[in-house]
Design a protein around this ligand. Structure first.
Ligand code: ADP
Ligand code: MG
Length: 707
């Protein structure tokens, strides 16, 4: 019986998978042959799409969507808010006599014109030219959600300036492809016409009970607790990591998988994480822009499904003090249109040489643009993780593993890796071992680790779009490849091997400072990294100025990712987001302390005092020293918190009054956040003195251990 049941479910999944996606199979079935071919060409090679093809696709999409219960369509885009945006239009079109038909044209598919005035533009778009437009991204498949056909789009101003996170990513994929193809041709691999970046984001999250969540203003408004005494048990027993999954969580994960599969999101791995109530979900990797879209959708669906299960999914980077926060591991590589992973060492000498060039390009890129990599992972939330004693430090370095480091060392010193007899190649590449994941994935403390045939960028915060980090990586690697190309250009094929050897030798000498295979969580590393001249940019206001540094503006403009104006506007938006986030947190803390916590402190102190007083009346010889000490502690906390709240208000006001967003952000970081941390400590201590039943909100114990 059980056997049959399992069988039934597993045979259903292939049918279920992608059932809400306008995927290749649907396209093939629904489109005339020539139209299908034209669309595929656009998807694969990024060629321009003619209006007749768009019209044909629109008809097919609408037909399929209506068959699957859709009544509306929306251009789905990713403005600078960090969330996705959508405006729904129905398919209905009046045809006279009060009748309607369901209609959808190529023009509606290709371009939308949402009123853009309320999205952040960092001054790029004056309100009088408020209209932005959305443009269909045919490389990311359309899908159905909530009876609506979702069309993934890029969002631009009428001047063509990017107002979203997708446009720059698409531009960077193009840049990387061009540079990589040029390099491959130079290396003699002339069959390749396109290189795409592949991304697999591993997503961490917390689950808490919905009823408990609703009682905490900090979780509701900020996504994280602003204070709370630690539970007696944290993650010290390490019993949660990969532990057996509780039934309530398991039911959630099961439902989540199904919802994701319907949308063609290849959710693959799920497990418990290190902290109590923390979990992880990883999909199978995909092309970068599809992976970015899918990750946005995944985060949305995670929250939705949690709600159905009486849970809340917390995606904040640091919901709880004292236990791990949540990150997102961005696995990244490059694949040719022939399906070859360029970060796979391969098995032939030619593949080995190719691998070394691309590997070295990544090392050079990360060393030269480490500051941008740091910027790409920054947010107020992630500041609580980076540099803390639990997550990658705020310093960007590369973990290569011993074997690969030895290969590069041998090239640098002309000693040849392994000193094996059969070495024929000057590069030493002939003997490149195949790096198994088991060998290379041991270092969990590195922010950028080589894991066998890809790099894993671990600095990202759990709530962020993975768009920016990949955009930076693609662009920086494109630049490194271009510079290598210049060094190798004109080399005769018979001299190529020697030339590559010399190139790698020069490059490794120059960039080896960014390679670090040791424990990234130690203070020694921080000292050593400083000595090596690596950036250590612990907070968002610290690192954002690097975004607009000359060398970085030059990189982005050269590769047509951003204009200078677009960079400056994004810098403003990022600073503003930071300030707004901290502003909300400060106000929430004030309100929660004033309205929830302090009344509880005072009531409980009153009760203890009353009990001491009746004790004395009852029997004057009884000691009330304990009660007196407790009341004193509570009333001291009351006084300090009351004073602290006034100080916090004053500091916020003074930060707001400063000139310029950078100065305001600096002051929020230095003054407002520091004061909030001070209040947190006082509140934590006082809370530990009060019985749970006398607190108006659930404690860490309840939040973390009730499922
Ligand atoms: P872990 O890091 O937990 O050991 P894996 O290494 O198996 O897990 O995979 C992590 C993620 O890396 C998955 O999402 C996987 O699909 C993705 N991944 C694997 N190969 C590539 C690649 N070539 N490019 C991008 N992502 C990849
Ligand atoms: Mg991983």
């Amino acid at each position: 019986m059980t056997h049959e049941l399992t069988k039934e479910i597993t045979t259903e999944i292939p049918t279920l998978y992608g059932s809400l996606v306008f995927n290749d199979k649907v396209m093939r079935n629904k489109l005339p042959k020539d139209m299908y071919k034209a669309l595929r060409k656009t998807i694969e090679n990024g060629t321009h799409l003619e209006l007749d093809v768009a019209n044909s696709v629109a008809v097919a999409m609408k037909e399929w969507a209506v068959e699957n219960g859709a009544t509306h369509f929306t251009h789905w885009f990713q403005p600078m808010t960090g969330f996705t945006a959508e405006k729904h239009d129905s398919f209905i079109t009046p045809v006279g006599d009060g009748e309607v038909i369901m209609d959808f044209s190529g023009k509606e598919l290709v371009k939308g014109e949402p009123d853009a005035s309320s999205f952040p533009s960092g001054g790029l778009r004056a309100t009088f030219e408020a209209r932005g437009y959305t443009a269909w991204d045919p490389t990311s498949p359309a899908f159905i959600k909530d009876k609506t056909l979702y069309i993934p789009t890029a969002f631009c101003s009428y001047g063509g300036q990017a107002l979203d996170k997708k446009t720059p990513l698409l531009r960077s994929m193009e840049a990387l492809s061009n540079s990589a193809v040029k390099m491959l041709h130079l290396l003699g691999n002339t069959g390749v016409t396109r290189v795409s970046t592949t991304v697999g984001p591993e997503q961490e999250y917390f689950l808490v009970d919905k009823e408990l969540y609703k009682k905490r203003k900090d979780l509701i408004f900020c996504g994280r607790t602003l204070f709370g005494a630690a539970a007696p048990k944290g993650q010290e027993m390490e019993d949660h990591y990969f532990g057996s999954i509780k039934s309530k969580v398991s039911a959630y994960m099961h439902d989540l998988d199904e919802e994701l599969w319907k949308l063609g999101i290849p959710a693959k791995t799920k497990h418990n994480e290190v902290a109590p109530a923390q979990h992880e979900l990883a999909p199978i990797f995909d092309t970068a822009n599809v992976a970015v879209d899918h990750n946005q959708l995944t985060m949305e669906i995670m929250k939705k499904v949690a709600d159905k299960h009486g849970l809340v999914c917390l995606l904040h980077e640091k919901p709880f003090e004292g236990i791990n926060g949540s990150g997102k591991h961005n696995n990244w590589s490059m694949t040719t249109n022939e399906g070859v992973n360029l970060l796979d060492p391969g098995s032939t000498p030619a593949e080995n040489i190719q691998f070394l060039v691309f590997l070295m390009a990544v090392i050079k890129a990360v060393d030269e643009y480490a500051d941008l990599m740091r910027v790409s992972a920054t947010s107020a939330g992630n500041d609580h993780r980076l540099g803390g004693n639990e997550a990658p430090p705020a310093i960007v370095s590369i973990f290569l593993g011993d074997e690969l480091t030895a290969v590069l060392n041998s090239i640098e010193n002309d000693t040849y890796f392994g000193k094996q007899e059969k070495i024929q190649l000057e590069t030493g590449a002939h003997v490149l071992p195949h790096f198994f994941k088991d060998n290379t994935d041991r270092n969990r403390t590195s922010p950028f680790a080589f894991t066998g045939n890809k790099f894993e960028f671990r600095m990202l915060g759990s709530s962020a779009s993975v768009s920016n980090p990949n955009m930076v990586l693609n662009t920086a690697v494109a630049e490194a490849l271009d510079q290598f190309y210049k060094e190798l250009e004109g080399t005769k094929p018979e001299d190529l091997e020697h030339a590559v050897h010399e190139l790698v030798k020069r490059a490794i000498k120059k960039h080896k400072r960014v390679i670090f295979n040791g424990n990234g969580y130690t203070d020694e590393w921080v000292t050593e990294a400083t000595a090596r001249g690596l950036y250590n940019l612990p907070s968002t206001p610290d690192c954002l100025p690097r975004f607009i540094a000359d060398k970085n503006v030059e990189l982005f403009t050269k590769h047509h990712i951003f204009t200078k104006e677009e960079i400056l506007s994004r810098y403003e938006i990022l600073l503003e987001n930071y300030v707004k986030t901290l502003g909300i947190e400060a106000r929430t803390l004030e309100e929660m302390l004033t309205k929830d916590f302090l009344p509880a402190v005072s009531t409980y102190a009153g009760e203890v005092a009353a009990s001491a007083s009746s004790k004395r009346t009852f029997l004057p010889t009884l000691s009330t020293a304990t009660e007196e000490a407790l009341v004193t502690s509570l009333s001291n906390a009351y006084t300090s918190l009351t004073a602290g709240i006034s100080e916090l208000k004053a500091l916020t006001a003074s930060a707001d009054s400063l000139e310029g967003m950078q100065a305001i952000a600096d002051s929020y970081h230095k003054d407002v956040l520091t004061k909030m941390e001070e209040l947190r400590l006082i509140a934590n201590e006082a809370e530990a003195l009060i019985p749970d039943s006398k607190l108006p909100y659930p404690t860490y114990d309840q939040l973390l251990f009730s499922l």
